[in-house]
Design a protein around this ligand. Structure first.
Ligand SMILES: Nc1ncnc2c1ncn2[C@@H]1O[C@H](COP(=O)(O)OP(=O)(O)OP(=O)(O)O)[C@@H](O)[C@H]1O
Ligand SMILES: [Mg+2]
Length: 249
C-alpha cells in the first residue's frame, strides 16, 4: 500500500444528524488522512450525502464536531466557513452547474475569483481539464442545458478540480455514466490523489470503482459506520451489506 501521511485533515467526532424525528447519522466518528482516497458506500437513503453535506457545512449536525485541518466547521460563522471551503472541490449528486454560465465559465468560476486570468487563459485552462475528462473542445461555449447528463457530471468534476483544492468530495461521480466514461472518472480520481497529493472522499455504489481508486472504504448502514477497511478486505468480509454490494458488482 502507498505510504500515506499521518496528518488527519478531516476529523469527525460524535456526529449525529436527524431531520425532525428521523435519525440519519448516529454518533459517527471518522478520520481522514492527508492524501488518502476514501470511498463511502451504503444503501440508498443511508445518509452518505448527508454526511458529505455536514462535512462542508451545508447541513448543521444536531451534535458533534467536524474539524477540517484543525478548524471547526460546525456552527462556525459564514465567513469562517467560506475560508474553510476554499480547501474543497465538491461535486454534488445532481451536478448543480450554474445554468446561466457557459461550460468554461462554470469550470473556472472560482479560479478567476482568486487568480487574475485573462479570458483566453481561463478558457485554455478549462479546455485542458475537459480534454482529460474525455470531453470535446466544442462544448466549452455550450450551456449546461445543452449537455447530456453524463457531460454535465464531468463538467461538474472539471469545476471541482480546476483550482487544485486540497480536498475533493465527489458524490456519485460515475452513476449514470457508461462504463468507459466511468472508468475515465475513476482514473482521474486515482491520478488526482496520487499525482497532486489531494485528499478525496468519493461516494459511490460502483464497487469496481472502489477497488480502483480507494485506499479505504467505509460502509454506512443503520445510521452508523458499520464497516471500515481496505477495499481488498471486503472480499472476506462477513458483513451482509458488503456481500450484497459485491454480489451486484
Ligand atoms: N434536507 C433534508 N431534509 C429532510 N430529510 C433529508 C434531507 N436531506 C436528506 N434527508 C433524508 O436523509 C436520508 C439520507 O439521505 P441521503 O441523501 O444522505 O442518502 P444517500 O445515502 O446519499 O442516498 P442515495 O444513495 O440515494 O444518494 C434520507 O431519508 C433523506 O430523505
Ligand atoms: Mg446521495
Amino acid at each position: 500500500m502507498k505510504k500515506k501521511s499521518k496528518n488527519k485533515i478531516i476529523k469527525v467526532r460524535n456526529l449525529t444528524k436527524s431531520f425532525d424525528n428521523n435519525l440519519i447519522l448516529n454518533n459517527i466518528n471518522l478520520d481522514l488522512f492527508e492524501k488518502e482516497s476514501l470511498a463511502i458506500i451504503g444503501k440508498s437513503g443511508s445518509g452518505k450525502s448527508v454526511l458529505l453535506k455536514c462535512i462542508i457545512g451545508l447541513l448543521t449536525p444536531n451534535k458533534g464536531s467536524i474539524k477540517i485541518d484543525g478548524r471547526e466547521i460546525v456552527n462556525s460563522s459564514s465567513k469562517d466557513k467560506e475560508k474553510i471551503l476554499l480547501d474543497f472541490g465538491v461535486t454534488f449528486q445532481n451536478g448543480a452547474l450554474f445554468d446561466s454560465l457557459s461550460v468554461w465559465e462554470n469550470i473556472v468560476f472560482r479560479t478567476i475569483k482568486f487568480k487574475k486570468l485573462s479570458k483566453n487563459d481561463a478558457k485554455n485552462l478549462a479546455l485542458s481539464i475537459i480534454l482529460n475528462l474525455g470531453l470535446d473542445k466544442n462544448i466549452l461555449n455550450l450551456y449546461p442545458s445543452e449537455l447530456s447528463g453524463g457531460m454535465q457530471k464531468r463538467v461538474a468534476i472539471a469545476r471541482a478540480i480546476c483550482d487544485k483544492p486540497k480536498i475533493l468530495l465527489f458524490d456519485e461521480p460515475t452513476s449514470g455514466l457508461d462504463p468507459i466514461t466511468g472508468s475515465i472518472i475513476d482514473d482521474l480520481i486515482k491520478n488526482t490523489v496520487s499525482r497532486l497529493g489531494v485528499t478525496a472522499i468519493t461516494i459511490t455504489h460502483d464497487m469496481s470503482s472502489v477497488f480502483k481508486f480507494a485506499d479505504r472504504v467505509i460502509l454506512i448502514n443503520n445510521n452508523q459506520i458499520e464497516w471500515v477497511g481496505e477495499p481488498k478486505k471486503m472480499n472476506n468480509s462477513k458483513n451482509q451489506t458488503i456481500k450484497n454490494f459485491l454480489k451486484n458488482k
